[in-house]
Write a protein that binds this ligand. Structure first.
Ligand code: AMP
Ligand code: MG
Length: 522
């Protein structure tokens, strides 16, 4: 048996749904329902993130054991554990959707490992009372995307849930991938996610919407007690402070997304972690050409609510919804409003600081705002690869002429010929200003390059790369999953052996499903 020390808190300290029957229904006066994962017909292990296993105190030997496969494919319930699904609601695409909940996520247990508590959660392990009209399952394609991206984001330094393992269930799952009336059978898969907690904004919202004051207070106090140890006050003051801290961590996460060019794709309030972790990797994507208006999510193609450039605004909107929920148990809502106001100011400051660091500037001055703004405009003129641009920018030398500096980043353009003469002039003007600004920096070119390369990744999980791993895995070859897993553990390192992945998206991937277009179907 695996040596896991159960340390449940969520299910021990919060109200449980008294009904044990696994039927789809509205669950009131409760934070979760007990459920048992579905038994897969012939489970097999596809990939393990060894680093996560180690974090949980599991050895390589353990990860190869039958017990490991049994537990993380949902085949067997760990002795002494009581799996459950959480109840939450949410605003989907700007509209209140009522009860959503863990429709295909099942929390196995919380454990203590290396003096830290971790929640383990299977995704795709079968239906729960919250499955609504869906099947509770997940397909291999979306599970590979979640597994690889969670780990890639962690190593980029972006707050995120982690992924321990990826298993095949051995069962087929029917999906209409593009919602165009062409359903097909796909391999079913199960990911085991790991986080301090999987609580979302929606967990609070659902209780507020039902005016369940007692449970809402209980959930807020539970969350503060376990995850916000710096809050020493009690009652309303503590709730206000709690909200303020959620604003801060959400803000930090959003700036990080913008830094690396990550587009979540479905920033509904049920997909917002109360700990400011990136959660629910669905139709996400990575900016290749820098385009503030880009979203990978085909379901959002019309309104593009969750486009790259709008993520901060949507984050604030989501925080506003959380504040609304908390207002049920807070009389004086002024501090909540102040926290929301502060978001706007601090986001602007944080974003400028982040962009300055991407440019290798140690501190941002008022004049740098203009430099940043004109850079964004220039990057948007013709298709320009964000990751490659910033990585190559670190090779600029203070002694360069504008044209020499420009030549250093020329590889970032998908079609440099597409630059009109006036656009080329804008680039040369920008480099003239940038080079002038670099003269004010004390660091040498070498020192600046080292610093920039620790901030501007060389390797990200480009949309087409995940698709290559998926296509191979569909045929039973998991080599690329492990290759990308390893490469993305060191996204800031040169890693010459992976140089071919430091390249623009190939032309074949431009409009291919799974590469630039993702649907919510997963
Ligand atoms: P999402 O926006 O994809 O994170 O999911 C929205 C809601 O739909 C959540 O409550 C999910 O648990 C639920 N959901 C998504 N896919 C499935 C599925 N295949 N089976 C059951 N519930 C699902
Ligand atoms: Mg979700």
């Amino acid at each position: 048996m695996l040596n896991l020390q159960i340390a449940d808190t969520f299910s021990k300290e919060l109200p449980a749904d008294p009904i044990l029957e696994n039927s789809r229904r509205q669950v009131s006066n409760a934070c979760f329902s007990y459920v048992t994962p579905r038994i897969p017909s012939s489970p097999s292990l596809v990939h393990v993130a060894n680093e996560v296993a180690d974090m949980l105190g599991l050895s390589t030997e353990d990860t190869k054991s039958q017990d490991f496969l049994d537990l993380f494919s949902g085949a067997k319930v760990f002795p002494g554990s009581q799996p459950y699904a959480m109840c939450y609601g949410g605003h989907q695409f700007g509209h209140w959707a009522g009860q959503l909940g863990d429709g295909r996520a099942i929390n196995l247990m919380e454990i203590m490992a290396r003096d830290k508590r971790w929640a383990l959660q299977l995704k795709g392990a079968g239906e729960t009372p919250y499955s609504r009209s869906a099947d509770g399952l997940a397909v291999l394609r979306s599970s590979i995307r979640e597994h690889l991206c969670s780990e890639a984001m962690f190593h980029l330094g972006v707050p995120t849930t982690r992924s321990l393992s990826l298993c095949l269930s051995g069962d087929m799952v029917m999906r209409d991938m593009m919602y165009d009336g062409n359903p097909a059978n796909e391999k079913g898969a199960i990911v085991c996610r790991v986080a301090e907690s999987f609580i979302r904004f929606g967990n609070f919202q659902i209780l507020a919407s039902r005016e369940d004051t007692d449970a809402l207070k209980q959930l807020v106090e539970y969350t503060i007690k376990h995850f916000f140890p710096s809050i020493k006050t009690k009652g309303e003051k503590a709730y206000q402070q709690f909200f303020d801290e959620v604003v801060t961590s959400t803000l930090v996460m959003l700036i990080e997304w913008q830094r690396v060019g990550f587009v979540h794709g479905v920033m509904n309030t049920d997909n917002m972690s109360i700990l400011g972790l990136t959660i629910d990797y669905g139709p996400y994507g990575w900016l290749e050409g820098y385009d503030k208006g880009w979203t990978p999510n085909t379901t959002d193609r019309q309104h593009k609510r969750y486009q790259y450039g709008q993520q901060p605004t949507v984050g604030l909107w989501n925080l506003f919804q959380l504040a609304n929920a908390l207002a049920l148990i807070i009389e004086d809502v002024k501090p909540l409003e102040q926290s929301l106001e502060r978001f706007k100011v601090q986001f602007a400051q944080g974003y400028t600081r982040m962009m300055a660091l991407k440019l290798g500037l140690t501190k941002a001055t008022q004049a740098d705002l203009l430099l940043i703004k004109s850079l964004e405009d220039n990057l948007s003129m013709v298709e320009t690869d964000m990751t490659i641009f910033f990585r190559l920018l670190s090779t600029v030398q203070k002694k360069d002429k504008a044209s020499e500096a420009f030549a250093r980043i020329a590889d970032a353009f998908y079609d440099i010929e597409a630059l009109a003469e006036t656009e080329l002039k804008k680039w040369l003007d920008w480099f003239t200003a940038y080079l002038r600004r670099l003269q004010e920096e004390l660091a040498t070119d070498y020192e600046r390059k080292i610093r920039m390369n620790m901030y501007n990744p060389k390797y990200v999980l480009r949309n087409y790369m995940a698709q290559i791993a998926i296509d191979d895995a569909d045929k039973g070859d998991y080599t690329m999953i492990d290759t990308f897993y390893k490469m993305l553990q060191k996204p800031y390192h040169e890693q010459p052996e992976y140089e071919k992945w430091f390249a623009k998206r190939p032309e074949w991937a431009r409009n291919k499903v799974g590469c630039s277009m993702l649907s919510c179907s997963s």
